[in-house]
Design a protein around this ligand. Structure first.
Ligand SMILES: [Zn+2]
Ligand SMILES: [Zn+2]
Length: 428
């Protein structure tokens, strides 16, 4: 190496060090990162997309290594993830704005512009995608041809401002005070819309169920007065769609008065419990009504999927090829999915898509919103109509049925074991 070369390298090093120091000092003055990086030609502020901003320089080695990966992310997830690169050597003001200390630094923002995470140093494409996933945000490749349709909590079609006491803990519908069921827990009462939702919860309990029923109060359908579950009489019937209905009464006489008018069978708790727990989800084991469930065939034997995603989960749970018969949640039109070796073998109609209902957890990450918020649709149009017109409080996104199956197939055996037994189904 000649002398001139050595001097050049030393000058380059001094420049790098001083820029890092300059960035550090600027960072100290910056309270928080801006939501949208304005005045930057490298950033196009697309509204409502999760965003990854990489702050670096075109001459820094790790930044150079990241460049092709960022390009790939940009192309593969176009319309789903916004990827921006900012050269802070050329634009030192940007470094100050984002409050970074070293380059490269990657900042992850959710679609509302809230910073979720930042990483300092080289970060591979796989690491970046894994980090998004860890935070509950996954993307299907744009090249998959699946259209983008998402509704997250900061922009549902309609905000959910209902008081908590009014909403069923299991299914989120408004509680009819005449069919209310309450379960006493250490953290207060859990309120459910119906005896059916109570039995769904009961089927998900992993704790000792001895004396659990003593904690439960139902409501006399005529008077609206609370009745201990163990003392109530039940009137079981069906609605015009053939779906079971259950009303609780203080005693058999009271149930008999309604029975004279509307028909149905008066049954005691033990018989009701047996009926309610007789159909179970083949994936998560929770109680379901066949009228609500997807039918799943495994080696010619029929079982149920309490929701469409659980139905696909039967393939993961059994390790076998399955056939799922589900109904479009908007129109009731049939959708048939066949799997082979954990992949989709056939899909009827081929335009069918899935809704993946998601909910933000207290720690800010996004997870499944539970079985009541999942579904299949014969077309994107039906899905959008269901979300926007019929379920405007829904949050989540459109995914392909291939993706819905893949999400189940990658579950570990211990995750399958715990399916629905943790989190949303058991009382908290
Ligand atoms: Zn409910
Ligand atoms: Zn299930």
């Amino acid at each position: 190496m000649n002398k001139a070369m050595k001097i050049l390298i030393i000058i380059a090093l001094v420049v790098v060090v001083s820029i890092v120091i300059a960035i550090k000092q600027q960072g100290k003055n910056s309270a928080s990162a801006p939501v949208v990086a304005a005045n930057s030609d490298t950033v196009t502020a697309v509204e409502n997309l999760p965003r990854l901003v990489d702050l670096g320089a075109d001459k820094c080695i790790p930044c150079k290594m990241m460049a092709p990966m960022l390009d790939e992310l940009k192309t593969e997830y176009k319309g789903r993830l916004e990827v921006a690169f900012i050269d802070v050597w050329k634009k030192p003001d940007e470094a100050k704005k984002y409050g970074i200390k070293i380059i490269p630094t990657q900042i992850f923002y959710d679609a509302s512009g809230k910073e979720l995470f930042r990483h300092e140093g080289f970060f591979s494409k796989e690491d970046i995608l894994a980090k998004w996933k860890e935070m509950g945000i996954t993307f299907e490749k744009t090249t998959s041809g699946v259209p983008v349709f998402e509704r997250y909590v900061y922009r549902p079609a309609m905000a959910d401002s209902r008081p908590k006491e009014q909403i069923c803990y299991m299914c989120d519908v408004d509680i009819n005070p005449k069919t209310l069921v309450t379960v006493k827990t250490e953290k207060g009462n859990v309120r459910l819309c119906s005896p059916h939702c109570y039995f769904i919860m009961y089927s998900c309990l992993t704790e000792d169920k001895t004396d659990f029923e003593k904690k439960v109060t139902v409501t006399d359908f005529t008077s609206g007065a609370p009745v201990p579950l163990t003392e109530a009489a039940f009137l079981a019937g069906t609605n015009k769609n053939g779906r079971p209905t259950i009303q609780a009464y203080a005693n058999t006489e009271k149930a008999g008065q309604t029975q004279k008018v509307s028909g149905g069978n008066i049954i005691a708790l033990e018989a009701l419990k047996q009926n309610e727990l007789s159909h179970r989800c083949g994936f998560c084991d929770r109680a379901c009504y066949p009228q609500d469930a997807a039918k799943v065939f495994v080696s010619g034997i029929a079982t149920w999927g309490c929701c469409s995603h659980c139905a696909l989960g039967v393939a993961a749970r059994t390790g076998k090829d399955i056939e799922v018969h589900e109904k479009d949640r908007l129109t009731g039109e049939p959708i048939v999915v066949k799997t082979i070796n954990g992949s989709i073998a056939s899909l009827e109609p081929s335009t069918a898509v899935a809704w993946f209902g998601q909910r933000q957890k207290p720690n800010g990450t996004w997870g499944s919103a539970g079985c009541f918020h999942q579904g299949f649709f014969t077309s994107v149009e039906n899905l959008k109509k269901w979300v926007l017109e019929q379920n405007p409080r829904e949050t989540g996104k459109l995914i392909s049925i291939h993706q819905a199956l893949a999400d189940k197939m990658k579950l570990l055996p211990e995750q399958i074991q715990k399916a629905c037994k943790i989190g949303e189904c058991s009382p908290k």
